[in-house]
Design a protein around this ligand. Structure first.
Ligand SMILES: *Cc1c(COP(=O)(O)O)cnc(C)c1O
Length: 403
């Protein structure tokens, strides 16, 4: 028998992705690339399911069960047990649902704690909910390093994104959740930049809620449905703020009164986006047999190489991400005053990263389709753009609607 104990887990599966010739893709943290099989699967969903099955697809192709079925696949990637994750809507909506459910668990407390590294929509949704409730809640936004110290007995819920979308700084999920629980607060984690990037263990964290999107490291495509996790001991009792018919315990009884479904199904709202959900379900097959620990180790190696090469060759840039990989997600950011124009010049030469105001050049690393050769080739282009000041070209200054 061959000795497979030390065989490296095969994680580089570039061939499974559609990547245009001449492109080095360092933006999978914002929109993952297309897994090739998704095109054929989506086509067959359109013609064989929507086309031929028509309304019968809800049962015959089990479109109705898909949000839970796909939720279990995502759950396996974030250390969540079967039946604790369901798909649907967008991440902004899932943030709203999780926070509303969390506040209902602590009716006597009025503070929602978050941090200034959070993605703005999470804070916007929280503010909207608190205004809507009209019960005098306060959204308290502190600096990321002050979160643990700000956890006190006024906090109803702490709502944090594990990885900062700008710098890649990563919270210590287990330690902060413990702090929250010691203070009697409910913990909500946004895993937008975690799911598919590195191992997450929802069960071990003991947090009550988690939410995330699937178009970043999970490659579900633009508009792919979001997910929500509810800790199993709570899922039969949490309050669903968005009482849609698909989260009802008997949607096809068409009762005039709402009664929530048991378990995680109550976090469903309305008709799921079946075409997108099918694209996502197919995209998730990439992870069959892939070890998230191996993905993490390979991503760290790529990031360390990138930082080392950039710092050696591009003194114009300043590292904005934590230097310690343990405190970083799967992206590396550098500051450069002309970052927007420089990123446009890079993209023009096939190295795709992105820019976040005011001066952050962001690069995502995913070992599923990137290797050490890509890193060096990307730094070659970056070096050229910076040392020859190619970013000075006027055409790189016009800001597009989406950056
Ligand atoms: C990407 C991201 C979002 C996006 O929300 P959508 O509703 O999917 O547009 C929200 N929150 C965080 C933390 C993100 O990183």
């Amino acid at each position: 028998m061959p000795d497979t104990r030390h065989a490296p887990t095969p994680i580089l599966c570039k061939d499974l992705f559609h990547l245009p010739d001449g492109v080095i893709y360092l933006d999978g943290n914002s929109l993952g690339p297309l897994p090739k099989s998704v095109a054929a699967r989506t086509q067959s969903m359109l013609t064989d399911e929507w086309g031929d099955l028509l309304i019968r697809g809800w049962n015959k192709a089990d479109w109705f069960g898909q949000p839970g079925r796909v939720g279990d696949v995502v759950g396996a990637l974030i250390g969540a047990p079967v039946g604790s994750v369901v798909m649907g809507d967008t991440l902004s909506i899932k943030v709203y649902q999780a926070l509303a459910a969390a506040l209902a668990l602590r009716p006597d407390r009025k503070v929602v704690l978050s941090d200034s590294g959070n993605f703005p929509t999470d804070l916007y949704m929280a503010r909207g909910l608190l205004e809507m409730l009209g019960q005098g809640h306060e959204l308290r936004v502190v600096a990321p390093e002050e979160v643990a110290g700000a956890m006190d007995d006024t906090v109803a819920a702490a709502m944090l994104t594990e990885v900062d979308y700008r710098t890649g700084r990563r919270h210590d999920m287990a330690a902060i959740t413990r702090k929250a629980h010691d203070a009697g607060a409910v913990m909500i984690w946004d895993l937008a930049h975690s799911a598919g990037a590195f191992p997450v263990d929802m069960t071990a964290s003991n947090a009550e809620f988690a939410v995330g999107c699937t178009y970043k490291y999970l490659n579900g495509g633009p508009g792919a449905p979001a997910f929500i996790y509810v800790r199993p001991d709570l899922s039969d009792t949490v309050r669903p703020a968005l009482q849609g018919w698909m989260g009802h315990n008997a949607p096809f009884a068409f009762d005039l009164d709402y009664a929530p479904a048991g378990g995680i199904e109550r976090m469903r709202v309305g008709t799921p986006p079946v075409i997108q959900m099918t694209a996502l379900e197919e995209a998730l097959k990439i992870w069959d047999g892939v070890s998230m620990h191996a993905v993490r180790d390979a991503a760290v190696a790529l990031m360390e190489q990138f930082i080392e090469e950039v710092e050696a060759r591009c003194p114009q840039l300043t590292l904005a991400s934590p230097r310690d990989p343990a405190q970083r997600g799967s992206q590396v950011s550098f500051r450069f005053a002309e970052g927007y124009a420089a990123m446009q010049a890079l993209i023009d030469r096939g190295v795709i990263g992105d820019f976040r105001a005011p001066d952050i050049m962001r690069f995502g690393f995913t070992p599923l389709y990137l290797d050490a050769g890509d890193v060096t080739a990307a730094v070659d282009v970056l070096d050229d753009v910076l040392s020859n000041e190619l970013w000075r070209d006027e055409k790189y200054r016009a800001k597009a609607r989406v950056t």
